[in-house]
Design a protein around this ligand. Structure first.
Ligand code: PLP
Length: 339
């Protein structure tokens, strides 16, 4: 199986397994785990924030950020295709008591300043007030779109003008930075908090980071404890995460492989593939008379793992465990599916 279901399916390297076994550890709830402390310091440094917090998953990281920034009953403003809305079990409502106001951001993937201004709600006797604007970069459901710094800045400035803080779901923020050829700090500078995943593309078996100011991270640490995310000798899983931070530059290989995959599949009869910005390739199989479900199932049977994405679309995600040869082989196998 050439597994292109996700960039999370990668197996930890021998170096990561060795690092886990040999990690210096302590009780992280007491702040005693030197490996977690090192990871948090390096992660903050990488994205240019004062501090950072190690969390088990990206989902928990986003939910911690939302809860830490807001008061129950407020609104959160977010793109209607955002991960926090589509794939986190309504956690914004369940865990933070937030009312979700969505906007359709289209190909831009983040709201325009105008969309922010017209959808912010000022608190009064009848209206709850907007507590947070949440952005996503790269944008998963919109096809791995890398949102340029100017668009992040414009949306954030519009929210800040009304004293509304901004969170960035940057599960794949390093993919965005590589694709845009900017320092990840530039993508994070306009926002008040960021979440990014160590387990997507970077090869770590587990773990994500929430980063922001010292004051924000101190409060986020309490929210993490509340949600049951205070971990003990977590250096065992943080040690591979430290190695993952060295793997940012290799995301360029995933992007090149995604482009090769897109080009190869777009040449096949009945398939139409948008040019990928990053490592996510979205294939439209309507021309081959196949729904996303049917196409994904047929590809999987032919030995290429992928997932239905929409009615006629399927997502392929290049990753560390997939080489250029694998990509070429995947195109050959899919050619037989549509032949
Ligand atoms: C994967 C993902 C998450 C959640 O991360 P998990 O570690 O799977 O919980 C959040 N946001 C985006 C955009 C993602 O792609």
């Amino acid at each position: 199986m050439i597994d292109l279901r996700s960039d999370t399916v990668t197996m930890p390297s021998d170096a990561m397994r060795d690092a886990a076994r040999d990690a210096d550890v302590g009780d992280d709830v007491y702040g005693d785990d030197p490996t977690v402390n090192e990871l948090e310091a390096r992660a903050a440094d990488l994205v240019g924030t004062e501090d950072a917090l190690y969390v088990p998953t990206g989902t928990m990281g986003n939910q911690i950020a939302a809860r830490t920034h807001t008061q129950r009953g407020q609104e959160i403003l977010v793109d209607d295709q955002a991960h926090v809305v589509k794939w986190e079990l309504g956690g914004l409502a369940q865990l933070s008591g937030l009312q979700v106001r969505t906007v359709d951001c289209g190909e831009r993937a983040v709201p325009t300043p105008e969309q922010v201004r017209t959808n912010l709600v000022a608190e009064d006797l009848h209206r709850p007030g907007t507590g947070l604007l949440s952005l996503e970069n790269t944008h998963n459901s919109r096809g791995g779109v890398a949102v340029p710094v100017e668009h992040v800045e414009a949306a954030a400035e519009a929210a800040h003008a009304h004293d509304v803080p901004v969170h960035l779901d940057g599960a794949r923020v390093f993919n965005a930075a590589i694709a845009l050829d900017v320092d990840p700090k530039e993508l994070v500078e306009p926002v008040d908090s960021v979440m990014f995943c160590l387990s997507k593309g970077l090869g770590a078996p587990v773990g994500s980071i929430v980063a922001g100011t010292e004051e924000f991270v101190a409060r986020a640490r309490r929210t993490r404890k509340l949600l049951g995310g205070g971990m003990r000798q977590a250096g065992i899983i943080a040690a591979p995460g430290l190695l993952a931070l060295d793997n940012v530059d290799r995301l360029a290989d995933d992007h090149a492989n995604a482009q090769a995959l897109a080009d190869g599949l777009d040449d096949l009869p009945g398939l139409s593939v948008a040019d990928p910005d990053t490592n996510i390739v979205v294939v439209d199989s309507e021309g081959a008379g196949m729904t996303g479900d049917a196409f994904a199932e047929a590809c999987t049977e032919a030995g290429v793992g992928c997932g239905a994405f929409g009615e006629h679309t399927t997502r392929f995600c290049t990753n560390w465990d997939v080489s250029r040869e694998d990509v070429d082989a995947a195109v050959d196998r899919i050619a037989r599916v549509v032949a």
